[in-house]
Design a protein around this ligand. Sequence first.
Ligand code: NDP
Ligand code: GDR
Length: 375
Amino acid sequence: GARTPTVPASAFAVPGLHGFTRQSWAARKVALITGITGQDGSYLAELLLDKGYQVHGIIRRSSSFNTSRLHHLFSEARVERLALHYGDLTDSTNLVHIISQVQPSEVYNLGAQSHVKVSFEMAEYTANVDGTGALRLLDAIRTCGLDHLVKFYQASTSELYGQAVACPQDESTPFHPRSPYGVAKLYAYWITVNYRESYSMFASNGILFNHESPRRGRTFVTRKISRAVAEISLGRQECMVMGNLDALRDWGHARDYVEGMWRVLQHSTPDDFVLASGESHTVREFIEAAFGVIGRRITWSGVGVDEVGTDDAGRVVVGVDARYFRPAEVDRLQGDAGKARRLLGWAPTVGFADLVREMVEADVASAKYLIEDLN
Ligand code: NDP
Ligand code: GDR
């Protein structure tokens, strides 16, 4: 009988370096992570090493150590597949050099001046790193002729929603950022979409709601609280001084969220995804839960900067100071990760209470260890 004409598979191949297709390039499993020394970078490096990737990370030269979140990896067998390169998102030639050397199959852009309050004081720098930095990295990939092969992940954020017009927020909720950080990340979000639309790059945004862990930077609210509770429980500090206690955030665990980042890049097509827990809590609730871990109950009195939290024994353990307030605040964030659940099969595994417990217990343990070390 008549043969059905078939189109050879090679017709779908994307011409690229040495005849690689996007699929065969991806199979090389070489990842480049900017921001590898940060909270997410360290968890992502672990996840990718466990999946058999070669992992390359960009680190900044610093006068003091900034690789402590990676130290445990150096003592393990997987270190053979981990390489660190000095670099910076403000330095284009350096980025081109690293990408041409590393020839990555996946690039995760996690590097950022990531502190919202600091961005009001360092607005131009934040724009340069968080906004233009994403452009430099995307362009470095193009300059190296890898735009048809590399998959690119941009660390976008729920701060894009800012003064959100809807709750919960999903991929179709309009953006209204409320800080220089949010505005810089808005540029990065759209330049990622633009490179996808203009050059057919596999470039995706993960719009991640707050995610925390014992490795969270010490000046973010959750870690500031867990550390203070640990210090208070050991009698080394009397009181924590906080900013806006009414802010509502959707908090998850960083380990779950880096798994989501990886899934975003394994999806069949580039796209934008919200990752969130779907629950929101106030800063005040986080403080109550954290003291709950050490068996203390907090009662609140006063309003605004005069509000205080008192424990069962009548000791004032929480105060408020206007210096921690922001010129413009994001009042309420709560995400809807339905799209990620449907298309990526992603769902968070750690709930609010377990997250708070893990953070407080880790800080109590390390504070005790330090005390023993001193003795
Ligand atoms: P961290 O602040 O813990 O880590 C930031 C990383 O970026 C660090 O490795 C830092 O290096 C690096 N970095 C800072 N400036 C530069 C620069 N100029 N060039 C290159 N690298 C630089 O952030 P997280 O791990 O919490 O977050 C990771 C990313 O995800 C960030 O882009 C953040 O904005 C975004 N995000 C985070 C969320 C969260 O809840 N954690 C939610 C949504 C988005 P160094 O160690 O030397 O300072
Ligand atoms: P956020 O995180 O701004 O949401 O950005 P942060 O933990 O700094 O603040 C959360 C909320 O807590 C209120 N708050 C305080 N915040 C800090 N840092 N210190 C305080 O003493 C304090 N008191 C109250 C804040 O006003 C705010 O409402 C984080 C970062 O990781 C970003 O990079 C990321 O994009 C977003 O989460 C999603």
